[in-house]
Design a protein around this ligand. Structure first.
Ligand SMILES: [Zn+2]
Length: 143
């Protein structure tokens, strides 16, 4: 279940999907899930609707999230991470992001459209503490 042994490698194709999603809903924040193979390897993005349609907050619909998790389990996959975008600010967790981070075992990915080339950063958020994991984009699967 835990991606805690993750080596920081992240497929460039997934990065591009996250950035495309962020751009498509700008100036609102985008959000979604990243599915993994069950051994800590990120495999797939699953764009979700930001139920708040807000430029400063995001929230996934619990019902939609439940359906996705069910589908992933049936495929032998699992929830690996959660991504969202900051349309005009730095890609670091806000106080609200930290307060509402309910999954200490997941990787939180953040992009920002503030710069021409959007960065992607990754964090573990546990009990209000944020730890960045240096992320490296790779071609192909992140093994
Ligand atoms: Zn945020």
């Amino acid at each position: 279940m835990s991606p805690s042994g993750w080596n920081g490698l992240f497929p460039k194709a997934l990065y591009e999907e996250i950035v495309a999603h962020a751009r498509s809903v700008f100036p609102e924040e985008c959000c979604g899930l990243v599915a993994g193979d069950g051994k800590g390897i990120p495999l797939r993005t699953i764009p979700m609707e930001n139920a708040l349609h807000s430029p400063v907050r995001y929230q996934m619909e619990p019902k939609e999230q439940f359906q996705v998790l069910k589908r992933l389990r049936s495929e032998g996959l699992e929830m690996w991470g959660i991504y969202h975008s900051h349309p005009v600010t730095e890609p670091v967790p806000s106080d609200t992001d930290i307060r509402l981070a309910y999954y200490p075992e997941l990787v939180y990915l953040l992009t920002s459209l503030k710069d021409a080339v959007p960065p992607l950063r990754s964090f573990l958020i546990r009990d209000g503490h944020v730890k960045e994991i240096p992320l490296t984009l790779t071609d192909g699967i992140a093994k």
